[in-house]
Design a protein around this ligand. Sequence first.
Ligand code: GAR
Length: 195
Amino acid sequence: MEKLIGKNLNVSIFISGRGSNLLSLINYSKIKNSKIKINLIISNNKFSRGLEFAKKNKIKYHIVNYSKKNQAELKILRYLRKNKIDLICLAGFMKILSSNFIKKFKNPILNIHPSILPRYKGLNTHMKAIKNKDKFSGATVHLVTPKLDSGKIILQKKVRISKYDTEKTLAKKVLKIEHKLYPTAIEKFLKKSNL
Ligand code: GAR
């Protein structure tokens, strides 16, 4: 990736549903001195509520049909190139990117995951934490590699699980910290990678 001194970083956010992390990143991109510019949103789901935030904020978006994953990824790669995207942030994107996609994109890809990785990769993280009577859960921002939820960890934050927590209440608690964690992690990542 070329160095971006004095330039904004062109960011694409990938979503599948509600889009609350997308909203927190849009808000972060608007603060003074923010280096990121969100100029492309990708959703694999035309009913994704997050698309409303794209419309409201006049951010370009594409809905990509994933019935054929290969073709979907090639299409996305074309959009990314066309918009000169420097960084992808997965924010509740529920499709797994192929290693071919990751290799071809070349620039970094970040993901936010609702557990304290390496604990509970994949789905149903809150249910697993409660079932195992864990004392803590949390969220992790990490680099995306071909191995699911296993790339280098940028930042994590924990929340305490109370004995009254259900999957639903824990998900709510974790989501609340995610909204602060993702922008903070991006900032840390940009500083560390000297972009
Ligand atoms: C978030 O909790 C995020 O960590 C999780 O989906 C939710 C999306 O919420 N991501 C994953 O589980 C990815 N494996 P949002 O659409 O409101 O941002």
